[in-house]
Design a protein around this ligand. Sequence first.
Ligand SMILES: Nc1ncnc2c1ncn2[C@@H]1O[C@H](COP(=O)(O)OP(=O)(O)OP(=O)(O)O)[C@@H](O)[C@H]1O
Ligand SMILES: [Mg+2]
Length: 325
Amino acid sequence: MSEESLIKVENLCKHFPIKGGLFNKQIGEVKAVDRVSFEIKRGETLGLVGESGCGKTTLGRTALRLLEPTSGKIFYGGKDITNLDYEEMKKMRRKMQIIFQDPYASLNPRMTVGTILSEPLNIHNLYTGVTNRKKRLRELLDYVKLPTDALNKYPHEFSGGQRQRVCIARALAVNPEFIVCDEPVSALDVSIQAQVINLLMDLQKELGLTYLFIAHDLKVVEFISDRVAVMYLGNIIETACASELYGESKHPYTEALFSAIPVPDPTHIKKRIILKGDVPSPLNPPSGCYFHPRCPNMKEMCKQRFPDKSARTSTHHYSCFNPIQ
Ligand SMILES: Nc1ncnc2c1ncn2[C@@H]1O[C@H](COP(=O)(O)OP(=O)(O)OP(=O)(O)O)[C@@H](O)[C@H]1O
Ligand SMILES: [Mg+2]
């Protein structure tokens, strides 16, 4: 394992049992995350994209052990954290935080911002004492560029963008190193999105943060990420630097996904690739390569085996038998 990698997952699986019938027996399982491996270096941002339901949130949560992995391994700073017990994991949690998509749902409406920001500090017994605590709360508001009087206000008194700033401040409270940003700007107006993205990027520089950045919007992902991982039905099917992925994607799914981005130059006409069919159910995934029923490059062997990972460069990996030339 390379020394700088802060978080690394190996063959991570998260399968949800599906129960039903008279005796509520297990009748199947959703393979929400299936044999996923990736690593993120310290200070790096890995973008994670893919259609709705492909397992992005589940992967982010499982990597933090907010969901228990079904199998596979998670390393943090070189340490295997897959089987740490509650107390040991609590210490690790300080270093790993998450920001959710919906800043409305993730803040308790009955708590003031001051109480919301104090909660993680109380849990981890940090910045105790009145003066010390007050200073920390002001510092957190400064980080996210909210005025000090925000401390006595309730979430409903803020706009969506400001509320997301409160969520960011809460995540920063315990001095984390790694933050999973799960679609942090999807619920915001386009004009506000840019401010929040810029804030996250400034904070990354200032505090040396490492991000796993989940998003639907490919333009946002390109802007913020050093590398991008593309997910399809529980698997990461291609990973590359943002610039490599936009011109030289190898996987037909990535190409189709990225062909949907409008280009500002009217002389450059890009052919939009429309995929046939819907995303198959993770309850009953297709044989071989999960993408084969929708793939324009499908060959016979794609139905039989899942393709191994190939490397085009040291940063560009893909899983496909018949890649784009
Ligand atoms: N607790 C659960 N129990 C059963 N199935 C679940 C559970 N959580 C997620 N799933 C299923 O796992 C799959 C992946 O869901 P997930 O929320 O991770 O996708 P996503 O890529 O984040 O989607 P979106 O872009 O809509 O947020 C879906 O099929 C979902 O229905
Ligand atoms: Mg999600």
